[in-house]
Design a protein around this ligand. Sequence first.
Ligand SMILES: [Zn+2]
Length: 231
Amino acid sequence: MAGHRELDQMRLHSQDVRQLCQVGEDDDDTDFLALSLSSHHPSRPPPEIPQPVPPRTGRGRRSSAQLPVNETVPAPYPWATNRRAAVQSLNQLIERQIFAISGRVQCKRCERLYEIEYDVREKFIEVGTFVVKNKDAMHDRAPDVWMNPILPKCRFCEQENCVKPVLSEKKKTINWLFLFLGQMLGCCTLEQLKYFCKHTGNHRTGAKDRVLYLTYLNLCKQLDPTGPFDR
Ligand SMILES: [Zn+2]
């Protein structure tokens, strides 16, 4: 009996390690965890499962200090990078001949789902110029036009201010550049914007207008790292 309990504890331990490997994944992918929990059956040993390589820091809370490892994700778009909330600079995009930035939208009236695209050079000049002109007057807060974005006109039913961007459920696959170019970042929730700021080095909590302002400014900086977009 005692031997059995020990075995169970050991198995519990390896489960523990697997759970710890998940620490730091702050997106909403908990599927793995749920799977590893439900597949654990206490009365029967699992068949020939290769032992997981223990993390270098061993067990304990320290593994959450390894967050940077989880910063890398598969680039969700050709204009994104493998870092969360990071896009390529305008120079990189031009070098790679990526000019059209597309994203999914849905009409609030006729409910058609389709894609629209923006020319990154044209739109960045528009947004960047707006930022440079109005930055001082903004006082670190997003203006109304960013908080309540004017939406595009529907291509099908031709209703003005009517197509909203379809936001990815997973934060790591949000189409940040598309939302930025269409000046529709205000359609994101505060939680989504905080995620963006957290992964771009602005650990800022605050009202939506402040977090939204930082998101716009940071994306300007990502596109044009030497431009006049410092805080
Ligand atoms: Zn429509």
